[in-house]
Write a protein of this length. Structure first.
Length: 194
């Protein structure tokens, strides 16, 4: 948890890595309109308190972007991603367990710590590599460089099996999530009237 102040209001950000991953999922969800996406990210990071003052939305989003970027300059990247935090979470959990003996299912970890540990996971050309990075290396493998036809077919099949899925999953909302969305809509209607 981090506290930030905008004018005379103090906001408490939930900086758990799971919240950051959810914010990233929302940010890349093209089924949500741009304005609604921003509000959903604010709500995910700051809860209902983040939606009380529309004059703070821009500053809250800037803080979230700065926080989630971990000090990196984020530019549009045309490269094909080789991992997805949500889709690859089983590999991430196994890799944290094998490299750090950290059980992410029981760990409350700040996003920056999680991000730094992700970047430090074992990755060696000699074969000493965590499962996540073995999968990422396979996804990035250029099959044109494989000379043996039989090995090439085997690797092509393996690449297909671990390829990232690009399907949009329709989410079924729980009654609590529906209640929170209704509250969000009421807050938005109230802010339009002010």
């Amino acid at each position: 948890m981090k506290k930030i102040q905008i004018e005379d209001t103090i906001y408490t950000a939930n900086t758990d890595f799971r919240v950051a991953i959810e914010c990233n999922r929302i940010a890349t969800d093209d089924t949500i309109g741009e304005y609604e996406r921003g509000l959903a990210i604010i709500y995910t990071m700051f809860g209902a308190d983040g939606l009380k003052n529309p004059n703070h939305f821009e500053k809250l989003l800037k803080w979230i972007l700065d926080y989630l970027s971990c000090g990196r300059n984020i530019e549009d990247n045309d490269e094909e991603p080789d991992m997805d935090y949500i889709e690859d979470m089983d590999y991430i959990e196994a890799s944290f367990m094998s490299d750090y003996h950290i059980d992410l299912t029981k760990e409350n970890m700040d996003w920056h710590k999680f991000y730094n540990l992700m970047n430090g996971l074992s990755n060696s050309e000699m074969g000493n590599c965590c499962v996540l990075n073995r999968i990422r290396n396979l996804r990035n493998l250029d099959l044109k460089e494989v000379k043996d036809a039989k090995e090439g077919k085997r690797l092509e099949k393996a690449k297909r099996e671990v390829a990232l899925k690009r399907n949009i999953i329709k989410k079924t909302f729980t009654s609590i999530e529906k209640k929170n969305m209704e509250e969000f809509n009421r807050l938005m209607e109230r802010s339009k009237d002010e």
